[in-house]
Design a protein. Sequence first.
Lengths: 394, 374
Amino acid sequence: MSSLEAARDLLREFPVADGHNDLPWALREQVRYDLGARDIAADQGAHLHTDIPRLRAGGVGAQYWSVYVRSDYAGDQAVSATLEQIDCVRQLLDRYPADLRAALTAADMEAARAEGRIASLMGAEGGHSIADSLATLRALYALGVRYMTLTHNDNIAWADSATDEPRVGGLSAFGRAVVREMNREGMLVDLSHVAATTMRDALDTTAAPVIFSHSSSRAVCDHPRNIPDDVLERLPANGGVAMVTFVPKFVLQAAVDWTAAADENMRARGFHHLDTTAEAMKAHRAFEESTPRPVATPATVADHLDHMREVAGIDHLGIGGDYDGTAFTPDGLSDVSAYPNLLAELLDRGWSRPDLAKLTWQNAVRVLGAAEDVARGLRTTRGPSNATIGELDG
Amino acid sequence: MAELRYDSGPGVGGMDGPAEPLPADPGAPGAGGPAEDPGTGLLDRAHALLAAHPVADGYSGLPWALRHLPWFDLELGESAVATDVPRMRQGHVGALFWALHLPEGLTGDRAVSATLEQLDLVKTVVRAHPDGLRLGCAPGPVTDVRHCGRIAVLPGPAGAAALGDSLGILRSLHGLGLRALTLSGASWASEAGLTRFGEEVLREMNRLGMLADLSGASADTLRRACAVSKAPLLCARSAARALRPHPANLPDDLLAALGAAKGLCLVPLTAEQTGPSVRDVADHLGHVREVAGAHSVGLSGTYDAGSAHPQELADASCYPRLIAELLRRGWSDTDIALLTWENVQRVLREADFTAREAQRRREPSTLTIAALDG
């Protein structure tokens, strides 16, 4: 049996529980949630990384759908947009009941696996989605959101982002209250996107295991979006899970450097580096033609996993592809059907079947169950908090 | 056995009775009291009737009132508000809507966030009082809650601004338990009536089983809503304009239209809208029953919403006095049962049936206000 066949065989028993997929935002941007215009029961390869046939081909058994909203949405605007994103996921669940199953707990994930459906969970990407309100945090939990990334690309008032200037220096007092309230609800604290200072503060504060829904290793590729070794080393004690991401500009050093040069090129021509207007894209394409983009592969991602395994241990690894949340993907990991290629690479490197089962499925299920257990305990000892940022951060 | 909770037979009036003088009390001031002494017999009959057909109260302002209290216990009794579990038990309240209306000026995304916080408060308060209160978000569960001897709390109505002009947000709020929405105070439900987006909101509410409240809406909005809605409409706080001019009170033509559409006019127990005495309230109830029909009249305590109440109807314990007055006026037991409980249950059931039907026929709408209203 070839390693690819062995990978597919393994995924039939222990499918991928992926930490991050931006399909809802893609549906919002492309068709304003007109799900009929992007019927994911059919091939949407022309528009999306994700559809049901490719999820099936990729051996995906659980997916955290990101209910991301832009971090420049101000205050309550982010809350409103997050509610629309949540509604989008609920509509997907209503529309494709034979393939998708709503999952709110670890037990739901296992039930979905037993039925051969894809457990569908939700994760909010950035604390801006709660507009500094613990009540709104609880509302998101009540609507089914099971993790919240503390920041996105920009700082928020109570937490520093990895890709912004340090301001709070990690988590503020209110930020720690948010983490404690997430513990109490049973919502996983996601430390992708946050500054290393925020990661450490969150690990000092949390009573439950944390996750990194889509982050790789900073020692392998020096990008602020990745996890430093000192933080990875804390995962065994915390019980958390770091879900490796595939985004080339985070995982491949040459791609990091290329992206920096490309951004510099845009700025030199008077564009914001994320500008997607026709003129800006023209300038970007010109750069790309003169300087070929370095290509990541499954081996690039496997390098990260090898290192993360050495530092954090096999019980603390997972996968968070960030499909439909990134323009570029590695060759050989171009869409959600490609997970078997990564597993084949790991098999070739000598990863055992039990190791891979932990990576794809078991760790992700365990960490959600652990958060539920912690919440059950905390709810008996304290009521919901209505602390405000004004009270705590002054 | 749960029925015993509502029971307050003859002989226990002294324990169960309100602290204020009973209508039968000769010391009661003539201005507010019934013209004739209804006698303890009527009050006992009122208690017995309410034990079987408790009050489904269409409007309570409790969430906003509690928001500003540092501490409260609704099960032990809470003097800072007019609604608590002991007084609701005395008043035979079996279910009530907890309004999530926001102060003026909270609009747009701020209104969405504030509504999430209000819904969170409702859940927190209900969970903190498990012996008295329970969420009852659908007609079946409301009945279940009653059979468990608890008082069913239905979150709503919220103001139209709570939607942030988005049907996705409407569905998320429904997912969080919101069961009624007032169609006024938004660009799509204004004095000018319902816009095309406003009609789409109403159709989506029908699909979800969320009740539409038209109190305070313009006449045009109410008429259009009667035409568009497949489920019965509520006017959660409206009395008879023919008896008392108030902008939220309904003129006879609208009362008749509401009745013809099998809607429900819930008469508020506020001095401003109905007048200063129990008799005034009874006059309004009689008028609405006459014009809209016995199947289209209900009660809306409107406690803790900042309004003054008629004498002897100061808090949630006072419903038996009102029912005694209606009995004195010759209301049949059937009409009283419709008034207090059955009409609201019917509207909840019909909204539920409509939703089930609509969900088979209609996809969730993703139309936007920009697409429909330009």
